[in-house]
Design a binder for this molecule. Sequence first.
Ligand code: 5GP
Length: 196
Amino acid sequence: MNFLEERIIKDGTIKPNNVLKVDSFLNHQMDIELMDRIGEEFYNRFKDCDITKVLTIEASGIAIACSVARCFNVPVVFAKKSKSINIDGEMYIAEVESFTHKNTNSVIVSKRFLNENDRVLIVDDFLANGCAMQGLIKITESAGATVMGLGIAIEKGFQIGGRVLRNLGYRLESLAIVESMDHETNTIKFRETVAV
Ligand code: 5GP
């Protein structure tokens, strides 16, 4: 098991409806040493890609994005969730259905912060059905920028997002892939991944 899988086993909680709670170390209270390790790991995996920006979605992707961006020495851009339907021409926009909140948000990025010269690494804390990632890919491609890779801390491999994105040809790296998890028995199985 790698460092993130070990931490999930130790401090994660399996909730009903395929939700894994990791709020004691990843997305509410945050273990910054763990964040730094995650950042370094993504840097090692994508350092050949000449990344110019790290893109994520608010809120829980931001901390991971900051750790990654520090390693690459590039800015973080995060897509903002906007309830407003007043979209001016200065924004890239995508519709993203939230897995956890079961609602749809317009997510926006100012055109000032992404352009056709950018080589973008998109990161997030979780991958489930892939809606958040698809929205961020759409925004990147609307800007004429290049998606160099997708970095996910925890992929739930039993949901479709990972398969769809890999089939589309994106380079997707997940640090921990949950193959199955069971709320009743409190058990979790990981897919074999590259050791980190
Ligand atoms: P997707 O868009 O891939 O369906 O879901 C990814 C988004 O939903 C992530 O940004 C993450 O915040 C949230 N998410 C999905 N599954 C889980 C989960 O099991 N636990 C937590 N804490 N968040 C999740």
